[in-house]
Design a protein around this ligand. Structure first.
Ligand code: ADP
Ligand code: MG
Length: 480
């Protein structure tokens, strides 16, 4: 096996364990530069890929190389290098369409903007970097300065899209062209697209950045035809440095819009101008999209965004509170994060409702005041949320005990054990912190809560009655 074959075999293994988006993104244009019995050097197209492979895939790559060579390989060096021949494209052939040149153009370090003439600039528009002014009413001025990288929270579900967006912002027209970001509604696609635009304008205020929705592109195009302004339209869209097209899934074939977009895309791409697209699903899954466009969109980098996990939701809420200088207790943040689980837009909406209400009434938010405000969100959340009070009440009913005894001082086993169950469930179901659990249960110390949690956790596997009790209590919590 020569090094090319070896690397193809490694890629074959890695491909099985990675999503297509990840695989294409990180292993396109990689190859083995050299190998001896303990060390391998792998050529990568840019520093960004180098960093990512070192950080994320090093172990898998090493493992795979060891398996395939039966050697005690110890280390891998990743080096930025252009592959000698067109070999490794083999694996990516299907992603790259025939019409594009096989060798991608060299990345350009920064966008090479031609100065827009001053007459095109709006007077007084220098406060925020502004998009180039279109002739007539083409395009949109919708880059919003509030969308930045600095206020984008990164979690597992969006780290690929975020990293790719940053790479594009620092090297537009480089290795990731086009960048195609996809994911469900309210997950931060528009935020990332605009952050790229804002970042590029920050470093080069004369860069010609255009942000449009695909619908806007379509209406601009159709209007241009109707008013005999097709040349102005083409001239405008085909001469930008960065084209950001949001919600490309709405691009229809109406009156040749897809055809026009195809040519716009090709022209920009051939000139190393960066294109970034967003969609609610991957290119091949957009029903009305012509396949030659889908292939184009897949030829650069695909990155998906998923729903934020609990930690990310908390981080987003904390950030938004800081931005609004509004103080909110951890418990309230956790309650909101538990109630609204699906997407960031809803999460923000919920927080804004809570802030507005308490700001207006000049009150400090408590669970009692926040719960009714968020009641409308229950329908959409994955699981109903529960409060400490409900939980204590439910456990009391289940064991037929009085609440005062459960949170009281008595150490009798018939009280102490259900009390520990409450603390366990507060941790499991409400994600409460140990200090707040202790505080809810008669002002106990956080170590008591920790002990209770550990105790119940370790009993569960042995104790069938306990399993059954927990099951019934949970049912009661979430159904009544
Ligand atoms: P999409 O375009 O995917 O529907 P948006 O980009 O409009 O979603 O995001 C919805 C709202 O959530 C916006 O206000 C955005 O700033 C915010 N948002 C989304 N993701 C994040 C994140 N990771 N960190 C901070 N804010 C976010
Ligand atoms: Mg959007």
């Amino acid at each position: 096996m020569n090094t090319q074959e070896l690397w193809l075999a490694v890629l074959g293994e890695l491909e099985l364990s990675l999503s297509k988006a990840n695989f294409t993104t990180w292993f396109h244009n990689t190859f083995i530069v050299g190998i001896n019995e303990s060390e391998v050097t792998i050529g990568v197209p840019n520093l960004f890929t180098k960093a990512w492979l070192e950080k994320k895939y090093h172990r898998e790559i090493l493992q795979s190389l060891q398996n395939l060579t039966n050697q005690r390989l110890r280390s891998i060096t990743y080096r930025v290098e252009t592959r000698p021949t067109a070999i490794a494209n083999l694996h990516f052939e299907d992603a790259i369409t025939q019409e594009l040149p096989k060798t991608l153009p060299e990345p350009v370090p920064t966008i090479n903007a031609q100065n827009p003439s001053n007459s095109e600039k709006k007077a007084g528009a220098e406060t925020t970097p502004v998009l180039l002014t279109p002739p007539g009413r083409l395009g949109e001025f919708t880059l919003n300065a509030k969308y930045a990288f600095s206020n984008y929270i990164v979690g597992k579900q969006n780290e690929l899209a975020h990293a790719a967006a940053q790479a594009v912002a620092s090297q537009p027209g480089g290795a990731y062209n086009p960048l195609f970001i996809y994911g469900g509604v309210g997950l931060g696609k528009t935020h990332l697209l605009q952050a790229i635009g804002n970042e590029i304008l920050l470093h080069n205020s004369s860069a010609r950045v255009l942000y449009v929705t695909s619908e806007r592109f379509m209406t601009d195009f159709i209007n241009a035809i109707r008013t005999g302004q097709s040349p102005a339209f083409k001239n405008y869209y085909r001469n930008v440095d960065l084209l950001l097209v949001d919600d490309i899934q709405f691009l229809t074939g109406k009156e040749g819009t897809q055809e026009e977009f195809f040519h716009t895309f090709n022209q920009l791409h051939q000139n190393n101008r960066q294109i970034v697209l967003s969609s609610d699903r991957p290119p091949k899954a957009i029903p009305a999209l012509e396949s030659r466009l889908a292939s184009r969109f897949e030829s650069g980098m695909l990155a998906d965004i998923g729903s934020p996990d609990f930690e990310t939701r908390i981080a987003i809420l904390s950030l938004k509170c800081r931005e609004k200088s509004f103080l909110m207790g951890q418990e309230i943040l956790q309650f909101i994060a538990n109630t609204v689980q699906n997407n960031v837009r809803e999460l923000e909406g919920a927080l804004n409702k809570v802030i507005a209400f308490h700001h207006f009434k000049n009150m400090v938010p408590t669970l009692e005041t926040v719960r009714p405000i968020l009641s409308s969100f229950h329908a959409t959340s994955v699981k109903r949320t529960v409060t400490a009070k409900q939980l204590i009440q439910t456990v009391a009913e289940h064991y037929d005990l009085r609440i005062e005894d459960l949170v009281g001082k008595s150490r009798e086993k018939r009280f102490a054990f259900p009390r520990q169950i409450i603390m366990y469930l507060m941790r499991e179901e409400m994600k409460s912190s140990y200090p707040s659990i202790g505080a809810e249960i008669g002002g106990r110390d956080h170590t008591t809560a920790m002990h209770a949690y550990d105790k119940i956790s370790s009993c569960i596997s042995e104790d069938e009655k306990l399993q059954h009790d927990l099951e019934l209590i949970r049912q009661r919590i979430y159904t009544t």
